[in-house]
Design a binder for this molecule. Structure first.
Ligand SMILES: [Zn+2]
Length: 101
């Protein structure tokens, strides 16, 4: 069996993702809900707002494939999403809300 990482597309509730997303950077991880920084990349929930992390995104996935594989094995129930996709979608939602108000 050749198990490799291959990105696939799923339809997903972006608001739900925003509420439960752990964003992992090169040194620190952050909570998408309350923007709390300096979290550990293996955090299961946010120490500040207590949200449970169901989704995980890497800021630089290309440089972190081995870390992604390791985290995926440790968190089989978490959904790994593409950070740029998430940013693009939430950015366009914010822009739309701004024009409406
Ligand atoms: Zn938080």
């Amino acid at each position: 069996m050749a198990k490799r990482l291959l990105r696939s597309w799923i339809e997903i509730d972006v608001d739900e993702v925003s509420e439960h997303l752990l964003i992992i950077g090169d040194l620190l991880a952050s909570c998408s809900k309350c923007s709390s920084l300096d979290l550990k990349s293996d955090s299961k929930s946010c120490p500040k707002c207590n949200t449970q992390f169901k989704y995980i995104a890497f800021r630089n996935p290309e440089e972190n494939f081995s870390k992604i594989l390791k985290l995926k094995q440790e968190n089989p129930n978490s959904i790994f999403i593409d950070y740029n996709d998430f940013k693009k979608i939430t950015g366009s939602i914010k822009a739309r809300k701004l024009f409406k108000s």
